[in-house]
Design a binder for this molecule. Structure first.
Ligand SMILES: *Cc1c(COP(=O)(O)O)cnc(C)c1O
Length: 460
């Protein structure tokens, strides 16, 4: 370190504190038993460090709280909507801005407007709610991740990229069944990995040639802009705002969850440049979300998002955000914990299959690791493996399993300090030392769909 001011520190100070319930090992064991060893069923007061998700769990700034007080709750024509619309237009550049209560509502309205049964929507990797909305419409959600994304332990600067050849091939089979293509930035389903500007530009050109709209799932657009600035040639001196503007200049519309890089606790929006599509979407919006100047949100939420979108593009904030995520990844991979390399923007993904080779997939190594992290230190992560993506064939009663067994530790924005992240590192290292003693789990009760939320387990 050349100068003390080169050190990256939290670029904020704490104004409001929320106590953490420092549970004892006995209390955690009781919480686990009551929850059937399913961390989704543990009440949050039983959690010390909650890394379940970065969605809507961050801390808002003093400016955002000031915006909350300024919020105008008029049913129609609220100035809060106009501030929100101006911010979204300024950053994203789209003509029509439709507020929704969160990202999946934007997806539902987009799908209801443009997708019919039998269609296919390509994406680098669909997020699960995007996939759910497309499949509920009787269409196919096609994932086309780049080949580099498949090797978890081999670093690559833009593992979130879409496979351009596969996209070109899909669109050349042109039979009118692809109403639009999508790109998810960063690629959440693929480890929070970034997409390069070159890949976004090329995917956009392929879609223009095929004459289909190109949409961006923009949830972590600011984190992706920071990755482009730090890893892609030609962007080292470009402001994150300008990188974001260039990103969206290649797209015809976007869906957004403001619970991510909107830095808010709730909210989302849907954008398009197509006035006819926007009119249809606003009709649906009125039916299920609300009047077009508030969507599913209160005026105060619109204010918080309008301010948060710019805060996410602050370079000092992104430097801190990325350094805290990569710090966690580096500290644990140094002692041999296998993670998706390099660390993503919002989360670290531990490869539980590689870490616990003595546990067969039938014993759910990801769930076993999630349980042990909680038992050891009250840390809550989430299994992304066979509990989430496996299941039981309703016809044969046979179990099927996911190709991978990951544990995601997602970092809420501006929420935990470095010493708290050090505590997480210590707990993971401790579990890693005892990894050969970890026992698997068995499912004793499960619903037919989305079983990871409610299934009950038993330790083997
Ligand atoms: C969270 C998320 C969504 C859905 O947004 P919600 O606000 O949770 O409904 C869609 N896409 C991606 C990539 C996400 O991370």
């Amino acid at each position: 370190m050349s100068s003390p001011t080169d050190r990256i520190i939290e670029p904020f100070r704490i104004k409001v504190v929320e106590p953490i319930n420092m549970t004892t090992p006995d209390e955690r064991e009781a919480y686990l038993k009551d929850a059937g060893f399913n961390l989704f069923r543990v009440p949050s007061e039983g959690v010390l460090i909650d890394l379940l998700t970065d969605s809507g769990t961050g801390a808002m700034s003093a400016e955002q709280w000031a915006g909350i007080m300024r919020g105008d709750e008029s049913y129609a024509g609220s100035p809060s909507y106009h501030r929100f619309e101006a911010a979204v237009r300024d950053i994203f550049g789209f003509q029509h801005v439709i507020p929704t209560h969160q990202g999946r509502a934007a997806e539902r309205i987009l799908v209801a407007t443009l997708v019919k049964a039998g269609d296919t929507i390509p994406n680098n990797t669909h997020f699960d709610t995007t996939r759910g909305n497309i499949e509920a419409a009787g269409a196919t959600a096609l994932d086309l991740p780049c080949p580099e994304s498949k090797a978890f332990d081999v670093p690559h600067p833009f593992k979130g990229n879409i496979d351009l050849d596969a996209l070109r091939k899909k669109l050349s089979e042109k039979n009118g069944s692809v109403p639009f293509a999508m790109m998810t930035i960063t690629n959440n389903g693929g480890g929070g990995q970034p997409v390069s500007m070159a890949n976004i530009r090329a995917a956009s050109e392929i879609c223009r040639e095929a004459e289909i709209p190109f949409y961006i799932d923009a949830c972590r657009f600011a984190e992706n802009a920071f990755f482009i600035r730090s890893r892609e040639e030609g962007y080292a001196d470009t402001a994150l705002l300008d990188i974001a503007r260039e990103t969206f200049s290649y797209a015809d519309g976007c869906t957004m969850s403001a619970k991510k890089d909107g830095m808010a606790n709730i909210g989302g929006f849907l954008c398009t440049n197509d006035s006819a599509v926007a009119r249809q979407e606003e009709e649906l919006l009125v039916l299920t979300e609300g009047f077009p100047t508030y969507g599913g949100l209160a005026g105060r939420d619109l204010e918080a998002i309008a301010i948060g979108l710019y805060e996410a593009l602050d370079l000092r904030y992104q430097e801190y955000r990325h350094s805290s995520t990569s710090y966690l990844g580096e500290q644990i991979s140094e002692v041999g914990v296998p993670i998706i390399q390099p660390p993503g923007g919002h989360a670290i993904y531990i490869d539980a299959k590689a870490m616990l080779p003595h546990l067969p997939v039938e014993e759910y190594p990801g769930q076993a690791l999630v349980v042990e992290l909680y038992r050891t230190g009250g840390i809550r992560g989430v299994e992304i493996g066979s509990v989430m993506f496996g299941g039981r064939d309703p016809k044969t009663g046979e179990n099927f399993y996911s190709d991978y067994e990951l544990v995601r530790l997602a970092i809420p924005r501006r929420t935990y300090t470095k010493s708290q992240i050090d505590y997480v590192v210590d707990c993971i290292k401790d579990v890693h030392r005892r990894r050969s003693e970890l026992r698997g789990v068995r499912i004793i009760e499960q619903p037919e769909r989305l079983r990871h939320f409610t299934a009950l387990f038993e330790m083997l």
